[in-house]
Design a protein around this ligand. Structure first.
Ligand SMILES: O=C(O)CCC(=O)C(=O)O
Ligand SMILES: [Mn+2]
Length: 197
């Protein structure tokens, strides 16, 4: 059954949330969890090294380089399941992507802090498409410069969230810790790198 996406207008941006965009996601989740070449990079924050509180992988077109979180990342080959998702999104939304960042939140202790996906290499007004697999998690948004969240969306397994332009210019998003949650979640954010600035 096709469920209409929910359009969520924001001041200076907009979201489109498609629940049940992908069906039967358990197998897809387990394959990616077991087959992706996951890494846990370190980040320097105020002069101290911290391990990223989740596992990550960057995949995309051969030779593509993307600079984010202070590091250059060279794309690994697309896993076939991610190609299938990329093509399904292109067909249903008209947005075309040439790379994807995968995040594996092993349990509720893994998280992602507030940020915008606004690297210059994505151009002025990128659309980011985000697929969620595994356990549902809350996703928070706040305007840049604001102290606390103003939107909370529960990203269910199999959902697609589009962060439409110009959301990245004006908003930040985060995936907060959920203590006591034992199940894992995989998120795939599709991006289009226009230049390797
Ligand atoms: O896990 C999520 O839903 C968000 C991921 C994200 O914001 C990112 O990869 O930039
Ligand atoms: Mn992001």
């Amino acid at each position: 059954m096709f469920i209409e996406p929910e359009y969520i207008p924001l001041a200076g941006g907009a979201l489109s949330y498609h629940p049940e965009y992908v069906e039967d996601t358990d197998g897809l989740y387990a394959q990616l969890r077991d087959e992706v070449h996951w890494q846990q990079p370190s980040l320097e924050i105020y002069g101290r090294r911290h391990r990223t509180p989740r596992l990550v992988a960057f995949v995309g077109e051969q030779g593509l380089v993307y600079r984010y979180s202070g590091h250059q990342h060279c794309a690994e080959a697309w896993p076939p399941q991610v190609v299938w998702l990329r093509d399904k999104i292109a067909e249903t939304t008209g947005y075309h992507f040439n790379c994807a960042l995968l995040n594996y939140y092993r349990d509720g202790n893994d998280s992602m802090g507030y940020h915008s996906d606004d690297e210059a290499s994505l151009g002025e007004a990128p659309c980011i498409a985000s697929i969620s697999l595994g356990c549902g998690r809350d996703f928070l948004l706040k305007p840049k410069g604001a102290r606390s969240k103003s939107h909370k969306i529960h990203l269910a397994a199999g959902s697609l969230l589009l962060m439409l332009p110009p959301t990245q210019q004006n908003w930040q998003h985060a995936l907060p810790v959920r203590r006591g949650l034992a199940q894992g979640r995989i998120n795939i954010t599709f991006r289009k790198v226009l230049s390797s600035l």
